[in-house]
Ligand binder design. Structure first.
Ligand code: ARG
Length: 722
């Protein structure tokens, strides 16, 4: 799942269910309520009890699953010493950050031979879910009678009260999440561990095999796994990093089955899906396909091309930029696929049909009549600004120095305000230090300058001239060139030549003696304040955007309330919202391009795709040797090693790294991707096409054991052969 832009300090950046399904492949279910699905799960082959999945009085499978870093990925505990499996692309940033041309673990792979070799990852943490509580009655009571304008404040008040109460006298933290657009509220209590260390990863030629070409595609041949470990204090409690910490003794860890998978087997994915928008109306689909998605793709393309050019110049630059590159490339391709498949699968038409049905049902129900017309009007008012708005996050805020300068503003002001509070000062300094380090880690002068100028030229062409704020018109007037691109290039030259808040080294000097006065007139600092998203939006959009947001929130709330009513006799699941969910279904093939797609892939096919020295399809010698010698250990099947398989589970970004669990509660794979034919899945689940792509745990273990000689790690695992 894509990580959010890191903007802290005082600024905030801002199908429906067919119910009684024969098979519930669709659906991201709330673990606490999974009992309601239990009969159906059993019918599909599940052998354990609902309490084995979620129980707050004794260890259950939920206790073996963590969300990583606040939700960007999922990981699972696989040993009694806190060992974690997740995806390679989830560990990518940690792996790249520990790589240098001299010790290049990203390219060569790495398996720690002892605890001492495990690499601390500052800033990385995991959360265990302690319990869920339904707090709908309390929240609804607190919101009763509130106007739309008051809702936000009232919700914050009651949430704080409930959260404070629930974690009083504990080291837990909690949050309230809204479901069905404010029609239900659940409280989640978590336990956070912040000493998490990198234990191992295959060479990226295995972990990212197929690169962007194969990304979001099936059949797939990627060994998308990496290994971490949770550490605790000597008392087993969460503790900040210390050399004295010890591997966590978890409440629960997953056993591993190497028996293999076949079509129709029960399969379940348990993890943290980030966000879906399954109730988006046809208006929203239209806006995405016709206006905003193509802009996102175009702007990401600018960044990717500029970075790639530099990455091709040296290993050092490649290692430095590869994590950011992969993150942006992943969703670049996502938006291409989403747009294509929304059109191809006629999701707009499908939604229109559902909306027409809804309108019929709503006739004579005063609360809901006119709902679809109201949506139509809200979108019509908003549409003239939609492209411009997309340009804020994906364009104006995309050059690294902009967010850096916004954080400098917030951070330095916070330091000044808190100057008498030593603890606060230390904490702000450390956060700001981390932001500067991250920025430095992705900084590349040539690429950054080019990206800035090209994005702005694109902005100038795509955003209606009447909406251009004065400071942008001024740039083009004052830095005259024969094209807007030339003007913005000249302006970029000026910024880089005269600013002290762009180059990481300059910023570090500034931080020796941080003062807003010292940078108040710095051109990059001034520019960034001009594009501060809140101030910018207020200035150029007035209340257009906030009005749309408020109206859409009101309509969404009503629409979902109505759908809950309409489907009262059926099981409904809420959109993903970064809370823990269970998706259950089966290992299942599908028809791709008129032919049956395989349900599994294998090592022979990996080797068939091998292209020596290629960016995407190279392979390590160890793999080629083991393949030739047929050293498959206990992981082989039919004279090869299984690599990936597919299920019909319902997942999205954030689920990456989630355990794929069989009927007996054993780990059989790690979920890591979706397939091209169903890229519209976050907006509409397509039963025929939507599949979850999983790396077979036997490939993971083969890579660790046979290629990586990580016997120490293998011996920690509870491997079931039958
Ligand atoms: N599409 C995958 C996901 O979003 C990420 C795959 C990472 N690999 C890559 N080639 N970028 O979970």
């Amino acid at each position: 799942m894509e990580k959010r832009i890191r903007l802290i300090f005082a600024m905030t950046l801002t199908l429906l269910l067919t119910g009684n399904l024969v098979k519930a492949d669709e659906g991201m279910w709330i673990p606490m309520l999974i009992g309601k699905n239990y009969d159906q799960m059993k019918k599909q082959g599940f052998k354990l009890t609902a309490e084995d999945l979620y129980n707050i009085n004794k260890a259950s499978i939920k206790d073996a699953i963590v969300s990583m870093g606040g939700g960007f990925c999922t990981a699972e505990v696989v040993s009694s010493h806190g060992l974690l499996f997740t995806n390679h692309h989830c560990g990518y940033e940690s792996i790249a950050a520990n790589s240098t041309p001299q010790n290049d673990i990203l390219d060569n792979g790495f398996y720690a031979k002892s605890y001492a070799e495990e690499k601390p990852i500052p800033g990385l943490f995991v959360d265990f879910l302690v319990r869920i509580e339904d707090v709908t009655p309390q929240v609804t009571a607190a919101l009763a009678g509130a106007s739309d304008a008051e809702r936000g404040t009232k919700l914050a008040q009651i949430s704080k009260q409930l959260v404070d109460n629930s974690v009083k006298d504990t080291h837990y933290h909690a949050a309230i999440s809204s479901f069905f657009k404010g029609n239900q509220y659940f409280l989640y209590v978590y336990e956070k561990y912040s000493d998490v260390r990198l234990v191992g990863a295959p060479p990226q030629s295995i972990g990212k095999f197929g690169g962007d070409t194969d990304n979001w595609e099936w059949p797939r041949h990627t060994g998308d796994f990496s290994i971490f470990r949770i550490y605790s204090g000597k008392d087993g409690q969460p503790a900040e990093y210390s050399a004295d910490n010890v591997p966590l003794t978890p409440k629960k860890f997953l056993p591993i089955s190497i028996k293999g998978v076949k079509n129709g087997d029960f399969a379940m994915v348990y993890g943290y899906p980030g966000r879906t928008d399954r109730f988006l109306t046809s208006n929203g689909v239209h806006l995405a396909t016709e206006e905003t998605n193509p802009i996102i793709v175009k702007l990401r393309d600018i960044r990717l091309r500029a970075w790639k050019e530099e990455m091709n110049k040296s290993t050092e630059t490649r290692l430095k930029l590869s994590s950011k590159y992969a993150e942006i490339a992943n969703y670049w391709k996502y938006y291409i696929g989403q747009t294509d498949q929304l059109k191809h699968l006629k999701i707009y038409e499908q939604k229109q049909g559902e909306e027409a049905d809804f309108t019929k049902w709503a006739a004579g129900k005063p609360e809901y009549t006119g709902l679809m017309d109201a949506y139509k009007k809200a979108y019509a008012d908003y549409e003239p600004y939609a492209i411009h708005r997309t340009y804020i996050n994906e364009g104006l805020l995309a050059p690294g120095f902009v967010i850096m300068n916004l954080n400098l503003n917030g951070g330095i002001r916070a330091l000044q305000q808190m100057k008498d509070n030593a603890d606060a000062v230390a904490s702000i300094k450390s956060q700001l230090g981390k932001i500067i380090d991250d920025y430095a880690g992705n900084y590349n002068e040539t690429a950054d300058k080019k990206i800035f100028a090209q994005i702005m030229a694109s902005y100038y062409a795509d955003v209606p001239a009447a909406q251009h704020p004065q400071f942008i018109t001024d740039i083009v007037t004052n830095y005259k060139g024969s094209t807007p691109l030339e003007s913005f290039t000249k302006y970029a030259d000026y910024l880089w030549a005269s600013s002290k808040t762009i180059r990481p080294a300059d910023i570090k000097v500034l931080m020796d003696n941080p003062s807003i006065d010292a940078i108040a007139n710095d051109p990059a600092f001034v520019y960034a304040q001009n594009v501060n998203p809140q101030a910018y939006s207020r200035k150029v959009f007035g209340t257009k955007i906030t009005d749309f947001e408020a109206e859409k929130a009101r309509l969404d709330h009503l629409y979902q309330k109505a759908l809950l009513e309409k489907n009262a006799d059926k099981l409904m699941y809420p959109d993903a919202n970064s809370t823990m969910r269970i998706s259950y279904g089966n290992v299942q093939d599908y028809i791709k391009d008129g032919k049956k797609a395989p349900i599994t892939t294998n090592l022979n096919e990996v080797v068939k795709k091998y292209k020596p020295k290629d960016d995407e399809f190279d392979l390590p010698q160890s793999l080629l040797d083991a393949y030739k010698a047929k050293t498959f250990g206990q992981y082989g099947e039919n004279g090869t090693v299984p690599v990936c398989f597919i299920t019909n589970n319902d997942i999205t970004g954030g689920n990456s790294g989630s355990p794929v669990i069989n009927a007996n509660g054993e780990l059989i794979g790690l979920a890591f991707d979706g397939n091209w034919e169903a890229m519209s899945g976050d907006i509409a689940f397509d039963k025929k096409y939507k599949r979850t792509i999983c790396v077979d745990v036997r490939y993971v273990l083969w890579c660790i054991d046979v290629l990586g000689h990580g016997n120490n790690l293998i011996s920690e695992l509870d491997i079931h052969k039958n």
